[in-house]
Ligand binder design. Structure first.
Ligand SMILES: [Zn+2]
Ligand SMILES: [Zn+2]
Length: 667
């Protein structure tokens, strides 16, 4: 009998492990990296299991070529988590394990855990100078979470904006660190939430490992080492940090848990939030989901007693909630989309020496360039979208594929004189132009993807708001989150209407979250804040409900709607997305797939919806189509997905069509 068969995962899109013999006299453990010969290649594999038998004929069984590291890189629990992810997201195990490694360790470089986790002296852990007095809700939340130490409990920390969630994070972090464990804080995007990091750094006399995609490869590797060796007691990172094999996690905190950026949209399409809840279960430690505007899925889990809700109902300190006004924007020819009422309010707040924040989620000058002679628009050649006018760069740009061209002087369709080509609609650039006309003495700054391409541009812009240089800050979603600007007293959303007509069933939920987040930017200190929402639907009942009863009450009604419509979280979705260069191929594959699988899938009580062409069918020269599965429970969904995969991974799929699978898709 053979005694040491290693089951190895290799970084290829294959849904299985491969058996190898271990080296003689060598002790190999699960989670260790090894080199194996695979076909003609030498690959970095990860040992997943060790068995004493194999179905591979002895003559065909190869030995591993080398043991790369002296110890396992993945602990048993880390391995278990990634196996779960591979299974749940139907993603090949070798690729999942490799995606949890820094680039350097995907190659054959040796890794050694050389860092010693330091023992924390709890008396010098925090800088007491800046610890504020807690209100009773904060105190209760901290006690409840600390009482769950070393137990798996998921908490929803539902705190209105400005209610002092960060202070709760800092104090529960201190408790976990005093128990010599690691604290993992996950945020949507580091550059948008610099204040959280600053506060963590100011509070703790400790090494903090920061992990996000903008770091250099070297720094990222060093910080990864700190996190994975246990040398760093606090890790602040974005989505991908959820996969790091931490040495000794004691709590997972997910800030702004509703944020859709926690869902990865390529490769392993995981939700960092859902993965960390699973991880808390494996590690037997608490998970804290913080938000002023929790996702409906999370609220649903509270309603089903899976999560425990802790509420911070009041703004911390002396700040008062802002007054919100709806302004009817159904008026012809508003300059830059700004109503008189809003312009007057801006004037008033500037006169009182306060700052104003304007939000519009559309960059560029105008979303459309139209010929007034023949009515045609200038479209992207590679996508089914209109090109956006970027006046300051004299360019038309596609916001989907990035292609651009100079603004044409003449209409290509009717060839009449240049003056009939006119920008239609408004973008941030246009609003900035109009603001400059109305408020010539004000310092107006614009923050969007176009103005922040240079390193530190966002940082500088934020600093200029803080030191009072900027009077009016205008921007896209980059300004909606996390920032604490004490002198902003007026926040306005120029146009909230896009969401009512979206084909995404989550769009109204997202719109409400955005409104509350933007409102949260106004009046965060001593001064009373004011919020203006411009809409062409001033009497929309959902909008009225949100403003009169607050987000949680609004969410309750939205959840009832979802239940009636049988949409998530009351059902479960998986989507198959296909793309092809030829228009019909992607749709054809999905039609064939449906025809082949519909009987089995229906037996699983799973609905198979579509296929349909994507809303923007053509993007960057590919045509996109989608098939959606909807099931009442997860096991039906997963059985159905397996059926579809059998078909897709058989030889019947033409090579010209590329497809991906997404479990719990979020647009
Ligand atoms: Zn024309
Ligand atoms: Zn394009």
């Amino acid at each position: 009998m053979l005694t040491n068969i290693l089951q190895v995962a290799v970084p290829l899109p294959l849904r299985k492990l491969f058996d190898y013999l271990s080296l003689e006299h060598a002790q190999v453990l699960p989670g260790q990296r090894v080199l194996v010969s695979f076909g003609r290649k030498i690959l970095v594999g990860i040992v997943v299991n060790i068995r004493d038998n194999t179905l591979v004929a002895k003559s065909k069984l190869k030995s591993i070529s080398k043991i790369l590291d002296p110890q396992p890189i993945f602990s048993k629990k880390n391995l278990e988590l990634l196996l779960w992810a591979s299974n749940y997201y139907h993603s090949p195990i070798g690729e999942v394990l490799h995606s949890a490694l820094p680039k350097r360790l995907r190659g054959d470089k040796e890794w050694q855990n050389i860092m010693e986790p330091e023992t924390i002296n709890t008396t010098e852990l925090t800088n007491p100078a800046d610890i504020p007095i807690l209100n009773s809700a904060q105190q209760e939340a901290i006690t409840a979470i600390n009482n769950a130490h070393n137990k798996f409990t998921t908490f929803l920390l539902a705190g209105i904006t400005g209610s002092g969630k960060t202070e709760v994070y800092l104090q529960i972090a201190a408790y976990v660190i005093s128990k010599q464990q690691q604290v993992i804080i996950i945020v949507p995007e580091i550059s948008l939430t610099p204040q959280l990091i600053q506060r963590v750094q100011a509070r703790f006399n400790l090494k903090i490992a920061i992990l996000h995609s903008k770091l250099t490869e070297k720094t990222r590797y060093e910080n990864w080492q700190l996190a994975c060796s246990g040398a760093a007691k606090i890790i602040v990172g974005t989505r991908s940090a959820a996969l790091i094999p931490f040495a000794n996690p004691g709590i997972f905190i997910i800030d702004e848990e509703h944020d859709t950026s926690f869902k990865q949209q390529t490769g392993l399409r995981y939700s960092a939030r859902d993965l960390l809840v699973r991880r808390g279960h494996l590690e037997q430690c608490p998970v804290v989901l913080g938000s002023a505007t929790p996702a409906l899925e999370t609220i649903h889990n509270v309603n089903n007693n899976k999560y425990i809700q802790l509420t911070l109902p009041t703004r911390a300190g002396i700040a008062q909630p802002p007054k919100i006004t709806i302004v009817d924007s159904r008026q012809p020819k508003l300059p830059g989309g700004l109503s008189n009422k809003l312009l007057n309010k801006i004037k008033q707040h500037l006169a009182e020496k306060n700052q104003v924040l304007l939000f519009l989620n559309r960059r560029g000058y105008a979303p459309v360039l139209m010929c007034f002679q023949c009515g045609s628009t200038v479209d992207c050649k590679q996508c089914d979208v209109k090109l956006t006018v970027h006046q300051s760069h004299n360019k038309l740009q596609c916001h989907h594929c990035g292609s651009s061209c100079a603004i044409p002087k003449q209409c290509a369709q009717c060839n009449t004189v240049a003056s009939v080509l006119q920008p239609i609609g408004i973008g941030t650039e246009k609003v900035a132009e109009v603001l400059a006309e109305y408020f010539p003495d004000a310092n107006i700054d614009r923050i969007d993807k176009d103005t922040t391409t240079k390193k530190d541009a966002l940082k500088i812009a934020v600093a200029k708001v803080k030191d009072g240089t900027t009077n009016i800050l205008l921007g896209t979603q980059m300004i909606a989150k996390g920032h604490d600007f004490p002198n902003v007293t007026l926040a306005a959303i120029v146009d909230i209407d896009g969401s009512w007509f979206s084909n995404d069933f989550r769009s109204i939920e997202k719109m409400a979250q955005l409104i509350i987040q933007v409102a949260g930017r106004a009046g965060r200190a001593q001064k009373l804040g004011e919020v203006i929402l411009q809409t062409k639907q001033p009497h929309n009942p959902l909008l009225k409900l949100l403003l009169s009863s607050g987000y949680m009450q609004f969410a309750k009604i939205l959840l009832q709607e979802r239940q009636q419509l049988h949409l998530p979280p009351f059902s479960y979705h998986a989507s198959i997305n296909a793309k092809s260069k030829k228009k019909t191929q992607a749709l054809q594959l999905l039609s064939d797939l449906k025809r082949a699988c519909v009987a089995e899938v229906q037996q699983q009580n799973t609905l198979i919806l579509g296929p349909v062409a994507a809303v923007i069918e053509k993007r960057a020269d590919y045509y996109y189509a989608q098939l959606l599965l909807q099931a009442n429970n997860r096991s039906s969904l997963h059985s159905s997905v397996r059926q579809l995969l059998l078909f897709l991974e058989s030889a019947q799929t033409p090579a010209a069509v590329k497809w991906t699978l997404d479990i719990d898709p979020v647009i």
